[in-house]
Write a protein that binds this ligand. Structure first.
Ligand SMILES: Nc1nc2c(ncn2[C@@H]2O[C@H](COP(=O)(O)OP(=O)(O)OP(=O)(O)O)[C@@H](O)[C@H]2O)c(=O)[nH]1
Ligand SMILES: [Mg+2]
Length: 475
């Protein structure tokens, strides 16, 4: 009775089995269907002609509309009905796909332990030594509380003492594993004083991924046991200005775990990993929807994704009966190898002196893989990014590379020899020759190079900029 009342007194009765051949009018499906349709008309009118909606449904609709636009652009003469159908299928695929989550943070903050906590088992390796450190990116997949999750654990990229030789493959691995981009970044911090050191790590994350990445970020605290009794993490955050600012930039998304002590607590308890995992997953769902169902991406990640898709095609053709998952897995591995081979000769350490050098190099190679025509752009990109991203410590090196790269650009442009390949590599490796080239009276060469550089500049600027969802579908 209460229920019918809450539903505005709207109710009908049907019998799917016996009322096809009615004995009286009321006990007839035909009559009841007609009555039901009238009721629906009245309900629509009573709601001013609108349909029920909420934020989540609207976000899904926006996603469908974006997909419609992509389908419309890629296929002529398709009926609106078919476009809508395909867009819906694609949206469903997007929403059901495994969510790629990259775990970032300072060395020792608890990234690997957090990955294990989220998966509820020790899938990620922790070195139990004094200098326990993750040296390799590790990716694992699992369904957690009904959601498909891909977790990518990383070394402490931003405060590492790893050598370039160790770091390069790990950055390449991280980029290939999360292409075309992560659905969420988990920024891991300990419940402790938020010092300049922590701030520097965050600044670096923003510097590389742009502040836009924070729209996809969740701050995750570990060592929850250090949180004063009765206090919630929001209160702890509010006590520090830098932390509060970061929290605001991350859309106030934060959670707290204790990977050691909160393992067996009740699900409904705030100080329980089980409870926090469910809350974290809900937050990630909401973040994905708030970002129109898409993941964070930029041109570099898209370039790598395009490469993976090409490899997928090759794997598909060469092997029958392989599952989609296996094809993807093999394509990622092939792309990783390909990038590593292309990067083999690129030495960034001496010249770039910072982790971002490697990332930029990956971007360059990825872009070169797709279009040889942008290779000139890439060279300038090395120059520009070195100066800005490598920052303080590598400042001087950055400047010298800038000079080096510009000169190399001039030389190669004049020679008309800039095709595919890695010019940055050639420039770096052939430093002596290039330095010599500076001395050459080459005005004509310089003019030509200048015009190329001006053009290149615009493209370069966009290389690491985040991309909108519309540009994301590379298939
Ligand atoms: N008490 C407590 N200890 C933790 C917690 N999380 C991690 N630890 C411990 O802190 C140490 C470092 O944890 P890891 O998970 O290896 O940290 P990480 O961020 O992966 O470290 P790197 O791989 O070196 O960057 C280990 O000894 C963990 O057992 C936590 O929530 N509470
Ligand atoms: Mg680790």
């Amino acid at each position: 009775m209460d229920l019918v009342q809450k539903c505005g007194g709207r109710c009908h009765v049907i019998d799917n089995k016996y009322w096809n051949n009615p004995t009286d009018k009321y006990r007839s499906d035909q009559f009841q269907v007609e009555e039901l349709l009238k009721t629906i008309d009245e309900t629509v009118l009573a709601n001013n002609g609108g349909c029920y909606t909420n934020e989540m449904l609207q976000a899904v609709e926006t996603e469908v509309q974006q997909e419609e636009e992509c389908v419309r652009q890629s296929s002529e003469n398709m009926s609106e009905e078919e476009i809508r159908r395909q867009a819906r299928d694609k949206t469903f695929e997007n929403l059901a796909e495994s969510k790629r989550i990259v775990i970032l943070g300072k060395t020792g903050s608890g990234k690997t332990s957090l990955a294990n906590t989220i998966f509820g088992e020790e899938l990620f390796t922790i070195e139990h030594s004094i200098n326990s450190q993750t040296k390799q990116c590790q990716t694992e997949n699992k369904s957690v509380n009904g959601r498909k999750i891909t977790l990518i654990d990383t070394p402490g990229f931003f405060d590492t003492d790893m050598s370039e030789g160790e770091l390069k493959p790990e950055i390449v691995r991280c980029i290939t594993e999360c292409a075309p981009g992560p659905h969420a970044f988990l920024i891991v911090l300990k419940v402790e004083k938020f010092t300049e050191q922590e701030k520097a790590v965050i600044d670096k994350i923003c510097e590389y991924f742009s502040e836009d990445a924070l729209k996809y970020a969740v701050i995750v605290f570990t060592h929850g046991d250090m949180l004063p009794k009765g206090m919630k993490i929001e209160k702890f955050i509010s006590q520090n200005k830098n932390l509060s600012d970061l929290m605001e930039k991350c859309g106030n998304r934060c959670h707290i775990f204790d990977n050691t002590y909160w393992k067996n607590d009740q699900q409904n308890n705030y100080r329980s990993n089980q409870f926090q995992v469910e809350e974290l997953l809900k937050t990630i769902d909401q973040t994905v929807l708030a970002n129109n169902g898409g993941c964070y991406t930029n041109e570099m990640l898209q370039a790598v994704e395009a490469e993976i898709q090409q490899e997928e095609e090759c794997v598909r053709q060469s092997s029958e009966n392989m599952s989609k998952k296996e094809i993807r897995w093999q394509a990622i591995r092939r792309t990783f190898k390909k990038l590593m081979i292309k990067l083999a000769g690129v030495t960034t350490g001496a010249l770039l002196g910072a982790v971002f050098g490697v990332v930029v190099m990956v971007g360059i190679v990825a872009t070169v893989l797709i279009s040889s025509s942008v290779s000139l752009v890439n060279l300038h990109h090395v120059a520009k990014t070195t100066g800005t991203l490598a920052g303080g410590t590598a400042g001087a090196a950055g400047t010298s590379l800038t000079t080096l790269a510009c000169v190399a650009t001039a030389t190669f442009a004049a020679a008309g020899a800039v095709k595919g390949g890695l010019i940055g590599y050639k420039a770096a490796k052939g430093a002596d020759t290039v330095q010599e080239a500076i001395k050459r009276p080459a005005e004509a060469v310089y003019d030509e190079a200048q015009s190329v550089l001006v053009k290149a500049n615009d493209v370069v600027k966009s290389l690491l900029q985040p991309k909108s969802k519309q540009c994301q579908n590379l298939k």
